[in-house]
Design a protein around this ligand. Structure first.
Ligand SMILES: Cc1cc2nc3c(=O)[nH]c(=O)nc-3n(C[C@H](O)[C@H](O)[C@H](O)COP(=O)(O)OP(=O)(O)OC[C@H]3O[C@@H](n4cnc5c(N)ncnc54)[C@H](O)[C@@H]3O)c2cc1C
Length: 318
């Protein structure tokens, strides 16, 4: 058993911690923002490989996560875990131009071309995908860590910690500092939470950041996709624009009450960084798909933690 420190308590850090604990490691998670304060808490969150590369690894990670979420979201009598806040929901991605199959096709079990489309769209794909109610799910992950003997502690770091056998860097956008990596940049996303008006399908406009995701008690509508923008304050103009686009996509939303708004900064990188360098495994840069990639990436982190523990260690560190 080795002692590991996971830096970051968003969906990526918590999921890695769960899998590492299950693999028999001793794991402590440290983070500046606790789970419900992280970007991950803002995610819509639908399984969908958005703004994350490279395509081959993203497809493989997404497929692994899909299977885990599908198991969690199964009916309780089939082994599902209703307390995790995951539901399998059918919905449609729509397009204003005819489309081939998406590049991530292999990651989902089924995909049907849709013919009943909203006005203005000429093509669409209907499929069932996990919808993850993030606050509920992040609490569930945190409880799993606790049950498995791990800890989650608030700590604002200036550098990656010393003294552990291995450090797993899941600091998302924080890797600009902790990984000295300026290629990870914020892509600002604003979302509104509307009252539930009886919607039971999700909708996604393939051309841009417009999506409508029904949850148990509310509906998440988005969004924006502003690269290099750091403001976490919701903008009133942004909200008006989001509502207009969402209502065009799903007219039943007209007149629905806005309950609250949030902004999150997606940690976008030219490619997700998942590799081992000496006594550090880096796992960050999941862009608009951190939830979607989380279980797949966590399994690779476990392999890197287990396979390279002695021989890959930086000789300078002893
Ligand atoms: C509006 C919006 C909608 C989204 N919708 C979806 C969706 O539908 N599906 C999907 O899959 N993804 C979605 N995403 C993307 C998803 O939220 C991110 O990819 C994901 O949250 C990244 O997770 P993370 O754990 O890497 O980062 P974060 O959640 O940002 O967590 C990073 C952690 O590192 C910690 N940290 C950083 N710096 C330091 C430091 N110096 N010291 C200590 N700790 C530090 C932070 O405090 C935090 O705990 C959405 C994002 C936004 C903004």
């Amino acid at each position: 058993m080795s002692r590991l420190i996971v830096v970051g308590a968003g969906v990526v850090g918590l999921t890695c911690a769960v899998r590492l604990l299950e693999a028999g490691h001793r794991v402590d998670v440290v983070a500046r923002d606790l789970p419900l304060e992280s970007t991950s808490a803002v995610a819509a969150a639908i399984w969908y490989p958005y703004r994350a590369l490279p395509q081959d690894r993203v497809t493989a990670w997404s497929a692994t996560s899909y299977a885990v979420f599908a198991a969690l979201g199964a009916p309780e009598e089939y082994g599902g875990s209703p307390e995790a806040g995951v539901r399998m929901v059918e919905g449609t991605e729509v397009f204003t131009r005819r489309q081939g199959e998406p590049w991530w096709r292999a990651a989902v079990p089924g995909l049907d071309r849709e013919t009943a489309l909203p006005a203005g769209y000429v093509d669409g794909w209907t499929f069932t995908t996990p919808v993850v109610e993030m606050p509920v799910y992040l609490r569930w992950l945190t409880r799993r860590i606790d049950d498995l003997g791990g800890t989650v502690t608030r700590l604002n770091l200036r550098t990656l910690p010393e003294g552990a056998d291995l450090v797993v860097n899941c600091s998302g956008l924080g890797s600009r500092l902790l990984g000295s990596d300026r290629t990870v940049v914020p892509v600002r996303g604003q979302v509104l939470y509307l009252e539930q008006v009886g919607l039971d399908r999700w909708w996604l406009d393939g051309a841009g950041p417009t999506y409508v995701v029904p949850r148990e008690r509310d509906i998440v509508v988005g969004g924006t996709d502003q690269e290099g923008e750091w403001s976490r304050t919701p903008s009133p103009e942004g909200a008006t624009d989001i509502l207009e686009r969402a209502t065009r996509l799903v007219p039943e939303l007209r007149g629905a009450k806005v309950l609250r708004q949030k902004v999150g900064l997606r940690p976008v990188r030219p490619a997700v960084r998942l590799e081992r360098s000496g006594h550090v495994v880096h796992c960050y840069g999941h862009g608009g798909a951190g939830v979607t990639l989380s279980w797949g990436c966590a399994e690779d982190v476990v392999s890197l933690a287990s396979n390279g523990s002695a021989s890959d260690r930086d000789p300078a560190r002893g």
